[in-house]
Design a protein around this ligand. Structure first.
Ligand SMILES: [Zn+2]
Length: 376
């Protein structure tokens, strides 16, 4: 067992990071992990952090490795990104921490999970610490693409590019780690397009599978403008329920942590200061929930995009492998009903919708506009 076990399909990265762990003289103080959502870039950063702190290069079983995994190692900080952006105050806190000597480990590691969400001011605050690092500080920034990080920062980082794991790699992980039946694991891995967390959810939760199928049947049901509005609402509802499931669990854990640290009991008195803490935590949680909902809408759009790509593949190269093998019947129906040109038009509409949502468009309206391109 080792800290690298869960990094699926990242052999070359594991090899080069292990080399660095074995030769600390080759150490770099700033790293930039990039890869699509779900490729495991922050898991890779965490594994690297654990390996750097461990006496045996990342055994996965010692006290230090366990603390990093549990998020409780005093010398490995995860820079929190509850909101849509990381502000300058948060960045300054971590810059101060980066300068501290490690308490237990060898390095003072700071992992910024969504470095693309740093505001310009926050990035500037961080820049100095990256330019002139303290002897033990190590920054690990994670982002979707290198271009998402300010050029002055990224030019000082050593890049680590995660690749999207193959369907087979994800399927084997689900089978060996979670004991999921091979054929179910394979279908889920294909449908999740390399997103390991989503693949596991699809493989283990019938409700999630059914909802996905319903969403993918929408394109075939669009006949009138009214259908477009219903379909858009349906996507927003689906995204909200995905986001709520994710957020509820985190919110609950944070609330009980907060109550515990203030010694608040169910019927007891609230100590002074508690109400303020609670309200600022609730605000952060609301922001996070909105962000999850946006990410979830994008997840639904990626599913629809893959469906339409399967349709065009079927139209142009019948018999080729499908991403959505689980809804092959619907793909065939759409392939017969649409022309290749109109399928491409639908694909363009989805891509355009994703772009406008990224630029903060109103979700319902953007989705309605997209769906209107599905009227045949
Ligand atoms: Zn260890």
């Amino acid at each position: 067992m080792s800290v690298w076990d869960e990094l699926v399909g990242q052999g070359p990265i594991v090899a080069s990071l292990s080399d660095v762990v074995a030769n600390p003289s080759a150490m770099t103080h700033a790293w930039l992990f990039t890869g699509p959502i779900g490729s495991g870039r922050s898991n890779a950063a965490r594994a690297f952090a654990a390996a750097l702190q461990c006496d045996q290069g990342g055994c996965g079983t010692c006290q230090s490795c366990l603390m990093v995994a549990a998020g409780s190692h005093p010398d490995v900080s995860l820079v929190r990104t509850d909101g849509l952006s990381i502000g300058v105050d948060v960045a300054r806190d971590y810059v101060r921490r980066a300068a501290l000597a490690p308490a237990l480990g060898r390095w003072q590691v700071l992992i910024v999970e969504d470095a693309d969400r740093l505001t310009d001011q926050a990035a500037n605050a961080l820049l100095k610490s990256v330019e002139e690092p303290a002897p033990a500080s190590v920054w690990m920034l994670c982002a979707t693409a290198v271009e998402d990080v300010m050029i002055t920062i990224r030019s000082r980082c050593r890049p680590v590019r995660m690749r999207t794991p193959s369907v087979d790699e994800v399927a084997s992980l689900l089978a060996s780690r979670d004991g999921i039946d091979r054929s179910i694991a394979r279908a889920a891995a294909a449908a999740a397009q390399g997103h390991i967390g989503r693949a596991k959810l699809l493989a283990t939760n019938v409700e999630v599978r059914d909802r996905r199928r319903e969403i993918l049947q929408q394109p075939l049901r669009i006949k009138t403008l009214g259908d477009c509005l219903v379909a858009a609402q349906d996507i927003v509802d689906e995204a909200t329920s995905r986001a709520d499931a994710q957020a509820d669990e985190l919110d609950q854990a944070e609330l009980s942590n907060l109550r515990e640290s203030w010694g608040v009991e169910d019927r007891g008195r609230r100590p002074p200061g508690y109400a303020g803490e609670l309200s600022s935590m609730t605000k952060d949680q609301d922001r996070r929930r909105k962000r999850f909902a946006r990410d979830a809408i994008d997840g639904v759009l990626i599913d629809l995009l893959a469906f339409c790509r399967d349709v065009v593949t079927t139209q142009l190269a019948p018999g080729a492998d499908l991403v959505n093998a689980d809804v092959a019947g619907d793909v065939a129906t759409a392939a017969a009903a649409w022309t290749p040109e109109s399928t491409v038009r639908r694909i363009d509409a989805i891509v355009e919708c994703r772009t406008s949502l990224e630029a903060n468009a109103h979700p319902q309206l953007a989705l309605e506009r997209m769906m209107s391109e599905f009227l045949s």
